[in-house]
Write a protein of this length. Structure first.
Lengths: 473, 563
C-alpha cells in the first residue's frame, strides 16, 4: 500500500485510527498497530511478508542471544552472525541480479540472472535490524525480551517501506510508555497532510515534467532543456522523499511516536558535508555510526573508511553502477572539503558557496537518474554543451520554454518551499507572545491543510497509484 | 558524517552511555520544527496548573482535531455513500472493476492492488473531479488562452466548413454540404457509371502551408503538441518517425503469397502533426511524407503506394482533422479515399453527392491525454457523410461469422462520435454496393480506415473491411476465397511504424491454409429509385433524413445464417 492513495487515506487510515482509539490498554493498542502494519505490508507484498517476519524474529533472537552471552566471545559470534545473515538477505534479494550480471560481463560466463523482485522496504527494515543488534551489543539499548514488541518496532507501518531508518533507541521507551493528546493528533495530522501535499501536488507534477524530457533517449536534447530537467528532477526527488518522511513522522506522532527528522531543507546547505547533515539524515547517521568504525582498515583507514561509507551509501540506493558512482562522487567532494578545511571554506563568499553546492547536488542527481551509463554520458555531453559543439545539438528548444511557462508557478513554489521559509512563517505565529497571533496561526494552519487535503484528494483521482520514488530502494 | 574525531573507537567495545553526538541534528537551530517543542506529555503531567498558553494550546488543538474529524468524515462518507462511477466519458474508457479474488491473484499482489485501483478509479463523479484536477493544474503556470493569442497569419474565411454549429449547441443537425451544391458539373458523368471528381488531386493548388508559419501558441503538454490556429485549439501527437520495415516486409510477403491477380495498395494515413505543425515546431516532429516515401521504397515492385500527405496539405484549411481527437475528420478521409480511387482507376462520387451530417460538441481522446482544459472548452464539430447510393453492410465477428446487417453509421453518443463509422473497430464488415465493376476491395485498416469506407461505396462492387489488430482469419485464404481483386492497407502512421505492423505478419501466418466461406450472401443491390441523375442529384442529397433510408432494408433479417 502507498500513502498517496485515496484507499490509504480514506479507508485504511480511518479504520486503523478508530481501532487504535477504541483499544483501552497500551498493550492492546500495540497489537492493533502490529495487525494493521502487517496488513499494510501484506497489501503490497503478500508473499514477502514472510521474509519480514523471519527477519524480525531472527534479529530479535540475536538480541536475546547477545543479552544472554553478554561479555563472552559468544556474544561477538551472535552479533557477527546476525549482521552476516542480514547482509546476505539484502545481497540475495536486492543485489543478486546485479552481481551475477557483472560477473557474467567480466568473466564471460553465462550464469542465469536471478529474477527476484525486490521486497518493498527491505533496505529500510534490514538496516533497522542491524542497528538494533549492534546497539544491543554496544549496550546503548536494552535487549527487547518480547518478540511482538520488536516486531512492532520493525514493522510499524508509517516507517516500514520507505523510511526514515528509525533507530530502536528512538522508540524504545515509547513502545511501552506513550500517550497521545489532542496536540499530538493535530500536529501529526497536519504533518501528514503537508507530506501528502508535497508528494501529490508538487512531486507528482514535477515528475511528469521530468518524464517528458528524460523519459526517452536524450540524444539531441538541448543544453538548456537538460539543465531545466535536471533541476526539476532534483526538486522532485526532494519533495517525493521528504514528503514521505513527513507523512511517516506525522503518522508516528498520531500514534504517540516521536521519530527524528529526516530532512532539514537540504538545498539551503553551504557545504556538501552540510548537505548530508540535512538530506536523508537517518541514512547518513546510520553509516556514520555503524560503518565508519569498522576496524579492519589499518593506517590509511580514514580514507578507506570514507570511501567505503560513500560506496555503500551509493549502492544502498540501488543495484546499479550509477548509484555507486553517485556515492563515490559525493565521497570525492567530502574529501575535497576535508582537505580544504572548515576554516578556509568559511571564508568563501556565500554566493560562491551556494553556487558550488547546488552545482554539485544538481549534477549529482544526473548521475542518480541515469541508470543507463550511455545515457549518463549523453547527459554530461548535453549539460556541458559538448553535444552542442560536437553534434550540433540545439542550445535551447521551444519545448523547454513551453514546459517552463506551463509550470513556472509550480517550480517557483517548489523552490520556495524547499528553502526554510515555511518554518519561519510558522515560528512567527506560534512563538508569538500575543495569544491572538498564536491562535490565528493555529487556526490558519488547519484551514490551509484542509484545503491542501481537498486538492490532494482531487489530484489523486487523476493519478492511479503513483508510487514513491524511494520504493525502489 | 564528516566528523572523524571518534575514529579510533574500538568497534567491539561497549559504548554505553550513549554518545552525545548520536543525534547531532538536534542541536542545529536552523529550522528545528516548532511542533515538537509543545509535546512533552511526561513533563506536563508533573505540572499542577497549566499556563495560559498551554490551556489555549489544548483548546485550539481539541477544536482543530474536531474540525478535521468532521471534514474528514464528510469526505469519507461522500466516497462511500454516493454511487460509484463506472464509465469515464472524458477518458473514453470503462473504469476499473472490482477484482475477482483468487489465491493466484492474491499472492501475486494483483488482487490487493486492483482493489485499491478500483477504489481510486470509481470515485463518485469521477469526471467532475478529473476536470477539477485539470483546472487546478492550469494554475501551475501561464497557459496561453485564446483571448491573448495572435497567430502569424490573420484568419481566412475561405473554408467552407468552419465550426459554427458547435457554438450554437444544437443537437444532431442535418446540414447539407454548404457551398458545394451548386458545383454539380462533376455529377454529369455519374449516370455514365464512371465518376471522377471535378478536380483531380494532382490539379489542385497548394493550400496554406502551416509548416512555414511560426506560431507562438505552440506548447508541449504531456508530450503532446497544443497549438492555436485561427482561434481554435488543436492537440496532436508529435509523430516520432520510424522505418516501417516490419510493415513493408509483411506486405512484400503477402504479395508473394497472393499472386499477380491481386493488387496490393499501401496508403498510410497521415496524422494531424503532418499538417498543422508550425515552423517553430517542425524540428521536433517526424516528417510523415518522408517516412511514407521511405516505406514505399521498401515495398516490392507491383505493390502500389499512395502518399496522401501533400493532398492533405492542399486542403489544410478545411476541416480535415479533428482538433480534440487523434483521428481525422471524414473530410480528410474523403481526400485520401479520392486519391486512392483515382490511382486504382475506379469511379468515385464527389463529396457533394453525400449528405453531410454532424455531431457538435465532440471532445475526443486528446483531451484525456493532454488534460488540457483549453481542448475541453473548444470542442469539435464532428462531421460524417452519408452516401446517396444504395448499399448493404453486413457485420461479421472477427472469425468471419455473420452477425447482422446494419448501416455503415452507428448510433453513438457525442463522447464516442468517431465510433459513428462502422460502430468501431472490431467487426469484419462486408459492403455490397450497386456498382457492377467486378472490383472487390479488402481494406486492412486501423481506426483511421473506418472513416474511408463510406466513400468507397460508389467505387467497388464489394468491400471487405478488417482491422489489422482483430482479424482472426488467415489473410491469404481470405483474399483467395473471397475473390478479392484489390487489398488496401490504410492505417495511421503510428500503426505503420509501430507494433500494429507486426500483426500483419501474424495475419498471414495464422490458420494458414484454412478455407473461408461467406455465410451470408447478399442478393444483388439495386440502385435506389431516387438514384441520382444529372439533374436530380443535388436535390436528393440535400435535406432528406438519410441516416436511416439507405439501409432500411435488411436490418431485421439477422435471424438468417448466424452460424
Amino acid at each position: 500500500m502507498v500513502f498517496a492513495d485515496l484507499f490509504f487515506i480514506y479507508v485504511f487510515l480511518p479504520l486503523c485510527l478508530i481501532c487504535y482509539g477504541l483499544a483501552k490498554k497500551l498493550s492492546t493498542k500495540n497489537i492493533v498497530l502490529i495487525v494493521f502494519s502487517l496488513i499494510f505490508y501484506a497489501w503490497g507484498e503478500p508473499l514477502w511478508i514472510l521474509l519480514l517476519l523471519f527477519s524480525s524474529f531472527f534479529n530479535w533472537f540475536i538480541g536475546i542471544l547477545i543479552g544472554k552471552f553478554r561479555d563472552t566471545p559468544r556474544a561477538k559470534l551472535a552479533v557477527g552472525g546476525g549482521i552476516l545473515v542480514d547482509i546476505l538477505l539484502l545481497l540475495i534479494f536486492k543485489y543478486s541480479a546485479f552481481i551475477v550480471e557483472n560477473l557474467n560481463a567480466v568473466s564471460g560466463a553465462a550464469i542465469p540472472v536471478p529474477q527476484i523482485t525486490l521486497p518493498i522496504g527491505i533496505s529500510f527494515y534490514t538496516f533497522q535490524a542491524i542497528s538494533y543488534i549492534l546497539d544491543c551489543y554496544w549496550e546503548t539499548v536494552d535487549v527487547q525480551p518480547k518478540y511482538h514488541k520488536f516486531l512492532l518496532y520493525l514493522s510499524l507501518f508509517p516507517q516500514l517501506i520507505a523510511g526514515p531508518i528509525v533507530r530502536y533507541s528512538v522508540v524504545e521507551q515509547e513502545i511501552d510508555n506513550r500517550s497521545v493528546n489532542a496536540t499530538d493528533l493535530c500536529e501529526g495530522a497536519l504533518r501528514v497532510i503537508l507530506g501528502l501535499a508535497k508528494k501529490v501536488i508538487i512531486a507528482n507534477n514535477l515528475w511528469s515534467i521530468v518524464n517528458t524530457f528524460f523519459g526517452k533517449d536524450i540524444t539531441g536534447l538541448s543544453v538548456l532543456g537538460t539543465w531545466y530537467t535536471i533541476i526539476v528532477y532534483s526538486l522532485y526527488v526532494y519533495f517525493d522523499f521528504s514528503g514521505y518522511s513527513d507523512i511517516a513522522i506525522g503518522l508516528g506522532r498520531m500514534f504517540g511516536f516521536h521519530f527524528d527528522e529526516n530532512f532539514r531543507h537540504p538545498f539551503a546547505c553551504t557545504t556538501i558535508a552540510e548537505f548530508w547533515q540535512r538530506w536523508h539524515i537517518s541514512l547518513g547517521s546510520f553509516f556514520r555510526d555503524y560503518l565508519l568504525y569498522v576496524p579492519f582498515f589499518g593506517k590509511p583507514r580514514k580514507y578507506f573508511g570514507l570511501f567505503l561509507v560513500w560506496f555503500c551509501t551509493g549502492l544502498w540506493h540501488g543495484a546499479a553502477w550509477n548509484f555507486i558512482l553517485w556515492g563515490l562522487y559525493y565521497g570525492c567532494f567530502m574529501l575535497f572539503e576535508q582537505k580544504m578545511g572548515k576554516k578556509r571554506m568559511k571564508k568563501w563568499p556565500i554566493v560562491w558557496k551556494h553556487v558550488y553546492t547546488k552545482l554539485v547536488i544538481i549534477l549529482g542527481f544526473g548521475i542518480f537518474y541515469f541508470e543507463n551509463l550511455g545515457q549518463l554520458g549523453q547527459f554530461f555531453l548535453n549539460i556541458t554543451g559538448i553535444s552542442m559543439i560536437a553534434n550540433s545539438a540545439p542550445f535551447t528548444d521551444p519545448m523547454t520554454f513551453s514546459s517552463l511557462r506551463n509550470n513556472i508557478f509550480l517550480i517557483l513554489f517548489a523552490i520556495l518551499v524547499s528553502l526554510p521559509v515555511l518554518p519561519k512563517i510558522k515560528s512567527y505565529f506560534l512563538e508569538s507572545k500575543n495569544d491572538t497571533v498564536y491562535a490565528i496561526g493555529r487556526v490558519g494552519s488547519v484551514a490551509v491543510c484542509m484545503v491542501l487535503l481537498a486538492v490532494v484528494s482531487v489530484l489523486l483521482v487523476d493519478t492511479t497509484n503513483n508510487v514513491f520514488l524511494y520504493f525502489r530502494f | 558524517m564528516n566528523d572523524f574525531k571518534d575514529l579510533d573507537l574500538d568497534y567491539f567495545a561497549p559504548r554505553k552511555p550513549a554518545e552525545p553526538e548520536a543525534k547531532p541534528e538536534k542541536t542545529e537551530a536552523v529550522d528545528a520544527p516548532t511542533a515538537d517543542e509543545s509535546a512533552e506529555p511526561a513533563e506536563r503531567r508533573r505540572k499542577p496548573k497549566p499556563s495560559r498558553r498551554e490551556l489555549l494550546n489544548m483548546r485550539l488543538s481539541v477544536l482543530s482535531v474536531g474540525v478535521m474529524v468532521i471534514l474528514f468524515a464528510l469526505m469519507t462518507l461522500y466516497l462511500f455513500l454516493f454511487p460509484r462511477s463506472t464509465v469515464s466519458q472524458i477518458e473514453n474508457r470503462n473504469l476499473a472493476e472490482f477484482p475477482k479474488f483468487s489465491f493466484a491473484s492474491y499472492f501475486s499482489g494483483s488482487f490487493t492492488a486492483d482493489v485499491a485501483t478500483w477504489f481510486d478509479d470509481t470515485v463518485p463523479n469521477h469526471d467532475g473531479f478529473k476536470n477539477m484536477s485539470n483546472s487546478i493544474k492550469n494554475l501551475f503556470g501561464m497557459k496561453m488562452f485564446a483571448s491573448t493569442v495572435s497567430t502569424a497569419k490573420p484568419e481566412t474565411d475561405s473554408t467552407d466548413n468552419t465550426d459554427t454549429s458547435a457554438a450554437n449547441g444544437d443537437t444532431q443537425t442535418t446540414t447539407p454540404a454548404n457551398g458545394t451544391v451548386s458545383n454539380n458539373t462533376n455529377l454529369l458523368q455519374y449516370a455514365a457509371g464512371r465518376v471522377f471528381p471535378a478536380v483531380s488531386a494532382a490539379d489542385e493548388k497548394m493550400g496554406r502551408d502551416f509548416s512555414t508559419e511560426d506560431n507562438s501558441t505552440l506548447e508541449w503538454v504531456n508530450n503532446l503538441l497544443v497549438i492555436n490556429w485561427d482561434n481554435h485549439w488543436r492537440c496532436m501527437e508529435a509523430f516520432g518517425g520510424g522505418g516501417g520495415t516490419a510493415y513493408a516486409n509483411a506486405l512484400n510477403d503477402l504479395q508473394s503469397k497472393v499472386g499477380s491477380g491481386v493488387t496490393i495498395w499501401s496508403m498510410p494515413a497521415p496524422t494531424a502533426s503532418a499538417i498543422y505543425t508550425p515552423k517553430n515546431g517542425i524540428d521536433y516532429v517526424g516528417d510523415q511524407k518522408e517516412c511514407f516515401n521511405g516505406v514505399a521504397e521498401k515495398l516490392n515492385a507491383g505493390i502500389q503506394s499512395v502518399n496522401v500527405v501533400d493532398v492533405m496539405k492542399k486542403h489544410a484549411e478545411e476541416d480535415i482533422y479533428l482538433r480534440t481527437d487523434h483521428h481525422w475528420q471524414a473530410r480528410g478521409a474523403y481526400y485520401a479515399a479520392r486519391t486512392f480511387a483515382e490511382a486504382a482507376g475506379v469511379p468515385f462520387a464527389d463529396l457533394s453527392t453525400y449528405t453531410e451530417e454532424s455531431i457538435p460538441g465532440y471532445v475526443g481522446t486528446m483531451y484525456g491525454f493532454s488534460q488540457d482544459t483549453r481542448i475541453l472548452n473548444d470542442p469539435d464539430n464532428f462531421h460524417y457523410f452519408v452516401p446517396a447510393s444504395n448499399y448493404v453492410a453486413s457485420y461479421y465477428d472477427t472469425s468471419f461469422n455473420y452477425q447482422y446487417e446494419d448501416d455503415l453509421f452507428a448510433d453513438v453518443d457525442t463522447a464516442n462520435a468517431y465510433l459513428k463509422f462502422l460502430g468501431g473497430d472490431s467487426c469484419i464488415v462486408k459492403v455490397d454496393t450497386q456498382m457492377k465493376n467486378g472490383r472487390k476491395l479488402l481494406v486492412i485498416k486501423d481506426s483511421f480506415g473506418n472513416a474511408e469506407i463510406p466513400f468507397y461505396t460508389n467505387s467497388f462492387e464489394q468491400i471487405y473491411v478488417a482491422d489489422v489488430r482483430y482479424l482472426e482469419c488467415n489473410l491469404v485464404s481470405f483474399i483467395k476465397d473471397m475473390g478479392i481483386t484489390d487489398v488496401l492497407f490504410t492505417m495511421s502512421a503510428y500503426s505503420v511504424v509501430g507494433d500494429n505492423a507486426d500483426n500483419i505478419q501474424n495475419l498471414i501466418a495464422q490458420n494458414a491454409g484454412e478455407t473461408i466461406t461467406d455465410s451470408h450472401i447478399v442478393p444483388s443491390v439495386t440502385p435506389k429509385t431516387v438514384m441520382p441523375t444529372a439533374t436530380s442529384a443535388p436535390t436528393t442529397t440535400s435535406g432528406t433524413d438519410t441516416a436511416a433510408n439507405t439501409t432500411s432494408t435488411g436490418t431485421e433479417d439477422t435471424s438468417s445464417a448466424k452460424e
